[in-house]
Design a binder for this molecule. Structure first.
Ligand SMILES: [Zn+2]
Ligand SMILES: [Zn+2]
Length: 371
């Protein structure tokens, strides 16, 4: 079938992207779903820093690629052998499919699925190959989702069904920002007994970590929740979300504030250093950011030993989407996780290059494309 989508043509074009237009919006051909796959009509898709990282070359991926890895939509057709999902269901897509059979999948989300990672790096679906093409040439999938399009074909192991009362833009944001930021808290940081939580880097993922930590204050698991970002506007935003304090990295260091659980969600080596420095004796630094592969950080091995500290790398918030997304939906329904507060703007597919500029400026938390 013919679809309309946003294809990254070339990596590393100069900014502003509104002028250099690395992403073109146009028509593509989408093959029908193969065995174990779904055709989904996209309703909403969020712009994440990991999309920008492909555009600016921090994460090198094969092009042309139909971007977008945080999306939700309605199932329109099932390939052979799909169970547990029906035509008409709303599904959330997660950016790492889980084969459910490899050794890593048996770690309950602590390690990324091996064949899922191989497929993602190749720009293919978990079942192998590509369903997208243009003028007879293949177009790569982005992390098994390719959500910046009117329709997509995904592996059923990339999706989680949600009830119809979850609005599309909320459902979309559950798939990356909330799974990653929430999981950094619930699956990796594991605050308890009133632990303070510091979150360094206040984009969509960091703000979702803040919201999740705040949700744990009511039952006493979390004490103070502190946001850290270099941009003053982000500090105002995190205070508005309910954070107990907010600092720039320099202010944090000067104040000497430390916490047992510190989450790094900026994907920058300096942010990682700030997060490690702000981790208390016996504490855990959880890193979910994705810096450039060449980036290096300077930290003291001595403090790890002398202060009995732990650094935890957490991909996709160590999530098992089909286990965790229903949990976030319950928290959202109960009013404990106001996911809608993460959405800073709604744009059209045609505004995608401008949206990437806003992300690069650090101005936006979560812009969502509505279809
Ligand atoms: Zn993302
Ligand atoms: Zn696996």
């Amino acid at each position: 079938m013919r679809i309309r989508g946003a294809v990254l043509e070339e990596i590393g074009r100069a900014r502003p992207y509104a002028q250099s237009t690395p992403i073109s919006v146009g028509e593509l051909e989408l093959a029908p779903p193969g065995p174990g796959e779904l055709l989904v009509r996209i309703e909403a898709a969020g712009l994440c820093h990991s999309d920008l990282s492909v555009v600016d070359g921090n994460r090198v991926r094969p092009v042309p690629m139909l971007l977008g890895h945080e999306a939700a939509g309605i199932v329109e057709a099932l390939g052979p052998g799909v169970e547990g999902v029906s035509v008409g269901d709303r599904v959330v897509m997660a950016f790492l499919p889980r084969c459910g059979e490899c050794a890593n999948c048996r770690t309950d989300g602590q390690l990324p699925c091996t064949p899922g990672s191989v497929a993602n790096n190749a720009g293919e679906l978990l079942g192998g190959g590509r369903r997208l093409s243009r003028d007879g040439s293949a177009v790569h999938h982005h992390l098994g989702v390719s959500g910046f399009a009117t329709h997509t074909v995904v592996d059923a192991r990339s999706v989680t069904r949600v009830d119809a009362d979850v609005p599309p833009e909320i459902a979309a944001v559950l798939g990356c920002a909330v799974l990653t930021g929430g999981g950094a808290v619930l699956n990796a940081g594991l605050p308890k007994d009133g632990d303070d939580v510091i979150v360094v880097g206040l984009g969509g993922v960091g703000m979702a970590a803040v919201l999740t930590a705040l949700s744990l204050q009511a039952d006493g698991a979390v004490g103070r929740v502190i946001g850290v970002d270099a941009q003053p506007a982000k500090l105002d935003a995190v205070r508005a979300l309910g954070a107990d304090a907010a600092y720039t990295p320099a202010e944090l260091a000067e104040a000497g504030v430390r916490a047992p659980v510190v989450i790094e969600a900026a994907g920058h080596p300096k942010a990682f250093e700030s997060a490690v420095a702000a981790t208390a004796v016996g504490g855990r630094t959880v890193t979910v950011g994705l810096p450039n592969p060449a980036a290096r950080s300077e930290i003291s091995p001595l403090v790890l030993t002398a202060e009995a500290r732990t650094i935890i790398g957490s991909y996709l918030g160590s999530a098992v989407p089909q286990r965790d997304i229903p949990r976030y939906v319950e928290m959202w329904r109960a009013g404990r996780l106001p996911v809608e507060k993460l959405i800073s703007g709604v744009i059209t597919l045609e505004q995608i290059n401008e949206g990437m500029d806003s992300l690069a400026d650090g101005a936006a938390v979560r812009q969502v494309i509505r279809f």
